[in-house]
Design a binder for this molecule. Structure first.
Ligand code: SAH
Length: 248
């Protein structure tokens, strides 16, 4: 089954863009995923093919019209009924590797890209649309955010990455940042590769990597570390509870 990416956008020429190269590009050629772009403007109903209007209440910028968006979304849903529709918005739920994994295990994803000030708010509830943000930053449009989301999904599709295990050890997969990497030469500008990585002792190497992964997460991303520790405490107390139940 091919993973289908459907992009609802005012700039279909931006796709596949960088996803036409390298790992994702090869996978696209091999049919491991497919791309469908839909021009939002094709769903405008007036002579000028208007997609936006001034914000109610006044202020700068333009807002994408709910009626045009709805017609476009309904069209995409009819084409790909099994795919969730996700709107890229700075106020959406922050994207996580866990959500990326869920999406890549499905039939595909339909992504709605905003422009200008964004979308008429009524579209989200009216069409049951998930909102996703890629970071606490403001882009000029949803297209680069869609490319990012897709890139993250595509590399997880079966057959896309060389070694199937190489996805499992990456940052965030276990709630932690990945340990640091080194490669030859052993000495470079007076800096050497940590001794343990040259020891050939796989147990020691694994222990060093785990320790570095935890240490780096704690210092670089205290937010991730806290969540990781919370999850660990919870599963530990869950296991204790289960054991108690069994003992009784
Ligand atoms: N007025 C909005 C910003 C609109 S930016 C606000 O202040 O929140 C225009 C479009 O770019 C948005 O509709 C959205 O589709 C996209 N975009 C901008 N930043 C984004 C982000 N961090 N994540 C996902 N999409 C983003």
């Amino acid at each position: 089954m091919t993973f289908t990416a459907t992009i609802l956008t005012l700039y279909p020429e931006m796709f596949p863009g960088p996803l036409g190269l390298s790992l994702a590009g090869r996978a696209l050629e091999e049919g491991l995923w497919s791309l469908d772009t839909v021009q939002i403007r094709d769903f405008a109903t007036d002579r000028h093919r208007t997609v936006d209007d001034t914000p109610a209440g006044g202020g700068a910028g333009m807002v994408l019209k709910a009626d045009v968006l709805a017609a476009c979304i309904d069209h995409a849903r009819a084409l790909h009924p099994g795919c969730p529709v996700i709107a890229m918005t700075p106020r959406g739920k922050p994207l996580t590797q866990a959500r990326v994994r869920e999406l890549s295990a499905g039939h595909g994803v339909t992504i709605l890209c905003g422009r200008f000030e964004g979308f008429d708010e009524r579209i989200f509830e009216a069409r049951g649309i998930e909102e996703v943000s890629i970071a606490d930053i403001v882009l000029s449009g949803g297209e680069p955010a869609a490319l990012m989301l897709l890139d993250a999904c595509i590399r997880l599709l079966p057959g896309v990455m060389g070694a199937p295990s190489s996805g499992a050890e990456e940052s965030f997969e276990n709630g932690l940042l990945e340990y640091p990497h080194y490669t030859r030469p052993v000495e470079w500008e007076g800096r050497t590769i940590p001794e343990v990585l040259r020891s050939g002792d796989h147990a020691k190497i694994a222990a060093w990597r785990k320790q570095r992964s935890e240490q780096d997460t704690r210092s670089r991303r205290p937010d991730l570390w806290e969540r990781h520790e919370g999850a660990r405490d919870q599963s530990a107390s869950g296991a204790q509870r289960e054991k108690k139940d069994l003992d009784q």
